[in-house]
Design a protein around this ligand. Structure first.
Ligand SMILES: C[S@@+](CC[C@H](N)C(=O)[O-])C[C@H]1O[C@@H](n2cnc3c(N)ncnc32)[C@H](O)[C@@H]1O
Length: 384
């Protein structure tokens, strides 16, 4: 990710514009500063951290724009505006220069409001290098393929390849797959591929496959639609098989070391190491009811909360939590860094509190069951 280090950074007079980037204000917690930055219609934080004698300047992980090149250009403008002399920098690399906004990249709002496509949908969760996703999209032009990934360089790379190949039956989503599923209509999906998910053996709550994920998968799958897991991990295989067989009624196929139509980079690596590859296919038998599409949550009242520097807070409920992780000082208010929602798929956001008004940043959270409970608890806590 683009970043530079400098021994000195001149303070900015806010607001200030350099090139195509505007810097509006900054927040501070000790040695860490967050600069509210807008570039090409995107708002995000540039993070400045004092590390010994050096100052590290980079993008903030929670608010980072999907296009790495936007962050890169904003960092170049920030370096110029602050007259920082870099002792280390990778912000002029040519790697990210071709980024153009793409109509293939969709956000959650699109699925909440605009997805009216009559085509059957196939979903690939965590497509990585995209070999399988692109292969299926080429082979099945009448299907709408939705690729979900959280790794931004993979997203950019696959969008470029899909555009170069002229594919018009792919949407790419830069979001946690466990959350996106709640936005899809019931009985519309023919196949869900989960190929080589991260095993998370030490943090199983981070696994993509979970009881809730399977429930959502069964809801969106058509009758006879399939959820297809492919893994090289013995533990993940056993864990998933246990979850699938704990359903009250289930149709499953299990295969071992069967060739797939296309082999991913991961698969090539495991095959060379002679690892076993397992496939579990869950076949849906049920016709599901549609449910309300989650809506964006907002703070609609004045916030009475007063500044409590560095106070951390953990509020827990049944299946949800709110963790106030960091307080930052800003002019006319403060900024909170929070994690909230379900334990197995938390949302990470900032909350900007200015002039007694609060808003989520960089975007709101959607009213999934756990998010709604967490948001209401947060509102109550803010009311003191
Ligand atoms: C081990 S890689 C496998 C990539 C690809 N499926 C393959 O077979 O080569 C796992 C991928 O899942 C993505 N991923 C992990 N958790 C995810 C989540 N909750 N939602 C979407 N993608 C996720 C990771 O970024 C990574 O690219």
């Amino acid at each position: 990710m683009p970043n530079f280090q400098s021994l000195h950074v001149e303070p900015l007079q806010y607001p200030c514009t350099q090139g195509n980037t505007t810097f509006l204000w900054e927040a501070q917690n000790g040695r860490e500063h967050l600069v509210y930055t807008t570039h090409n219609g995107h708002s995000f934080f540039i993070k400045r951290v004092v590390k010994g004698e050096k100052i590290l300047v980079k993008g903030d992980k929670i608010t980072r724009p999907s296009a790495v090149s936007y962050l890169q250009k904003a960092l170049q403008d920030y370096q110029k505006a602050t007259k920082a002399e870099a002792v280390y920098s990778n912000i002029y690399t040519q790697k990210n220069r071709h980024y153009r906004p793409s109509s293939l990249l969709k956000d959650l709002d699109f699925f909440a409001k605009e997805l009216k496509d009559p085509r059957e949908i196939w979903i690939e969760v965590g497509f990585g290098s995209g070999r399988h996703l692109l292969y299926q999209a080429q082979k099945n032009p009448n299907i709408l393929h939705i690729g979900i990934e959280i790794h931004k360089p993979s997203i950019e790379q696959v969008i470029k390849r899909a555009e170069a190949e002229g594919l018009d039956n792919i949407y790419i989503v830069d979001y946690d797959a466990r959350i996106l599923m709640e936005f899809l209509p019931a009985n519309k999906v023919g196949r869900i591929f989960v190929h080589f998910p991260i095993p998370w053996d030490k943090k199983p709550h981070r696994r993509v496959i979970s009881k809730q994920f399977i429930e959502e998968a069964l809801r969106v799958l058509k009758v006879d639609g399939t959820l297809e897991l492919r893994t090289d991990s013995d533990l993940y295989y056993e864990y998933s098989l246990n979850l699938f067989t704990s359903l009250s009624q289930v149709r499953l196929h299990v295969n071992k070391n069967i060739d797939a139509p296309v082999s991913s980079k991961y698969e090539d690596r495991w095959r060379k190491m002679d690892k076993n590859i397992y496939d579990i296919t869950l076949i849906n038998s049920l016709h599901s009811k549609n449910k309300m599409v989650p809506k964006l949550l907002a703070f609609d009242k004045e916030v009475l909360l007063k500044k409590q520097k560095n106070a951390k807070e953990l509020i827990r409920g049944d299946g949800w939590f709110v963790h106030i992780e960091t307080w930052y000082e800003i002019k006319d208010g403060f900024l909170l860094k929070v994690a909230l929602g379900a334990y197995d798929r938390p949302e990470h956001r900032y909350i900007i509190v200015k002039d007694n008004r609060a808003s989520y940043f960089p975007n709101g959270i959607f009213s999934t069951k756990s998010n709604l409970a967490a948001h209401l608890a947060l509102c109550e806590w803010m009311d003191g």
